[in-house]
Design a binder for this molecule. Structure first.
Ligand code: T5A
Length: 211
């Protein structure tokens, strides 16, 4: 039975997701909450091998459907090997990206369709959904500026129009799921964003312990 809290952090390239996942985990651990942090794609030995295939810029023959299925294969392994057991133990699980990324990148920007992608994702995850999602929003150009000097992976090399579409779909999803997705301005200072995320997560944990 699921008892923990499942938090996901989403956004375009360089939005600050990894930074905020780390800060949230540290804050939770300081308060004594058992915490597990995962990244997507990846997070298990098998999923990390799939990540390497997906991000290798040399794999330019991968078709959109194969890309989708590889992201979901990585996620299925992560969910069943790590996330569900951690939630059952009562941990707070923080995932650096989850299904909203698949909807935005593969469903929207690659054109596979939100409904079809949503259905295959539900099959892969057993319909696991986050309790809350933080969408770190910023123009993709600004995210790429932050990553200047690093080598672009296969997804980053998809072009600026692709990444603009990703951002648009993230914002559309946030409109549709106002009860689950909190949109935060990723241009704000790191500490301010961290404070916003922490206060919402601790509020949810307090609500649960009061039940
Ligand atoms: N993908 C993933 C799909 O297409 N479908 C899917 O289903 C999934 C799960 C993953 C790729 O796969 C795609 C999306 C991606 O293209 P990745 O390497 O994990 O690849 O890429 P990202 O998740 O985008 O990770 P990044 O490292 O690019 O970005 P982050 O984690 O958002 O940013 P972060 O925290 O590393 O910060 C980047 C830089 O900005 C600074 C940091 O110090 C760092 O230098 N920074 C800030 N600077 C100013 N103000 C702030 N508020 C800042 N916050 C961070």
């Amino acid at each position: 039975m699921r008892q923990g809290l499942f938090v996901t952090i989403e956004g375009c390239e360089g939005a600050g997701k990894s930074t905020q996942c780390t800060l949230l985990a540290l804050a939770l651990e300081r308060h004594g909450y058992p915490t597990y942090t995962a990244r997507e794609p990846g997070g298990t030995p098998v999923s990390e091998k799939i990540r390497a295939i997906l991000l290798d810029p040399g794999n330019n023959e991968i078709t959109p459907r194969v890309e989708l299925l590889l992201f979901l294969a990585s996620r299925a392994q992560l969910v069943h090997q790590v996330i569900l057991p951690a939630l059952e133990r009562g941990a707070v699980v923080i995932s650096d990206r989850f299904h909203h990324s698949t909807l935005a990148y593969q469903g929207g920007a690659r054109g596979l369709g939100l409904e079809d992608v949503g259905r295959v994702n539900a099959f892969a995850t057993g319909a696991l959904l986050p309790d809350i999602t933080f969408l770190l929003d910023l123009p993709p150009e600004d995210g790429f500026l932050r990553k200047q000097g690093t080598t672009a992976d296969r997804m980053e090399g998809a072009g600026i129009e692709f990444h603009r579409r990703v951002r648009e779909v993230f914002l559309e999803l946030a409109e549709r799921e106002r009860e689950r997705i909190v949109v935060l301005d990723a241009c704000e200072p790191v500490e301010k964003i961290a404070g916003q995320i922490e206060s919402r997560v601790f509020q949810l944990l307090d609500q649960r312990s009061g039940q």
